[in-house]
Ligand binder design. Structure first.
Ligand SMILES: [Ca+2]
Ligand SMILES: [Ca+2]
Ligand SMILES: [Ca+2]
Length: 323
């Protein structure tokens, strides 16, 4: 009996050790990223194919900024969302608490009601929803909103579909915003020049990232999956797995992350704080997800273009801030 009790306590403490991080709905933890230069994109690697749009790699200078330590959890999303809808904001989607692999596979993504766990990343929201939510978070905290519906930056973006261009952003404001694509890759690499933030091999992926791995294959027979074991078939709470060298969690895997930029090709010119194309139809998502079944999809340099109206089960975000 006593033995069982001790085993129980031991298991409990192990659990506490693994999940010692607690996500507060009303507090978004951020990490300061120091300014620096890095090579953005992919250089030719015969062992790991690159999509054409990752090349040519080019030098980028990034100014210091704050990056969300975790993907935004459903609890955090909902906390701001509830304030926003009673304060003049309108959204197209209410968001869901993570995503369930088996529900997506058996019922289809449109019937995926999520995991019901508010520490999972928010999904089922569009780029527009996120941009408005960021403004709401700024207003709620008494900061200056970053996104406007006009280039004069007179009218705060609170409702509807507005394709916010670079000139409609108060780039030096103190409010919350999406990272740019360059800031995202700089933070994801955390000083690394390798294919993944932890090195060139996918074999260590299970320590740092939630992908479509062997765990999912044992639940439902999946034709393709990554040959590592990360223990999650669904999304994982945003604090699970090891952080990168900047102390940031799940940049690779769990959910894809929206960035600000309109999607466009790379050019081999040294740029300072690039902000993407001035116009476009697609925005960029980064990092791959719990549903990504091929290793190339989880590279630091991988990029994907999506319509900003997309609100799927695989894509969420994290926020950035100037100061
Ligand atoms: Ca997994
Ligand atoms: Ca992620
Ligand atoms: Ca790609």
């Amino acid at each position: 009996m006593f033995k069982l009790f001790y085993i129980f306590i031991l298991l409990l403490s192990m659990h506490a050790f693994v999940y010692s991080n607690i996500i507060n709905d009303n507090e978004i933890e951020m990490v300061y990223i120091k300014s620096g230069d890095f090579l953005m994109g992919s250089v030719f690697n015969s062992k790991m194919p690159s999509d054409k749009d990752e090349m040519p790699a080019f030098m980028v200078s990034i100014s210091g900024f704050y990056m969300g330590k975790y993907e935004i959890s459903y609890g955090q999303w909902k906390y701001i969302y509830d304030w926003a809808i009673t304060n003049g904001y309108e959204f197209d989607n209410a968001g869901r608490a993570g995503a369930s692999y088996s529900k997506i596979v058996t019922l289809g993504q449109e019937n995926d009601s999520g995991t019901g766990n508010k520490s999972h990343p928010v999904v089922g929201i569009s780029w527009y929803d996120i941009i408005k939510w960021s403004n709401a978070k700024s207003e709620m905290d008494g900061l200056t909103p970053i996104y406007y519906i006009d280039s004069m930056k007179q009218n705060i973006y609170r409702k509807g579909i507005v394709d916010v261009t670079v000139t409609m952003v108060l780039w030096n404001g103190d409010g919350y915003r999406l990272p740019t694509e360059a800031e995202w890759e700089y933070a994801a690499r955390a000083g690394s020049k390798t294919v993944f933030p932890w090195g060139n091999s996918y074999r260590e992926m299970y320590k740092y990232a939630n992908s479509l791995d062997i765990t999912a294959s044992s639940f439902i027979r999946s034709k393709t999956y990554i040959r590592v074991k990360d223990m999650y078939t669904d999304t994982a709470p945003v604090y699970v797995y090891m952080p990168n060298d900047f102390g940031i969690y799940n940049m690779i895997g769990n959910v894809w992350e929206w960035v600000f930029d309109f999607y466009g090709p790379y050019r081999d010119v040294h740029k300072k704080n690039p902000k993407g194309e001035s116009r476009g139809y697609k925005r960029v998502i980064r990092g791959g997800s719990f549903y990504t079944s091929f290793v190339e999809g989880l590279k630091s340099a991988n990029r994907y273009e999506e319509s900003p109206t997309l609100s799927d089960s695989f894509t969420g975000f994290r926020i950035a801030k100037n100061r």
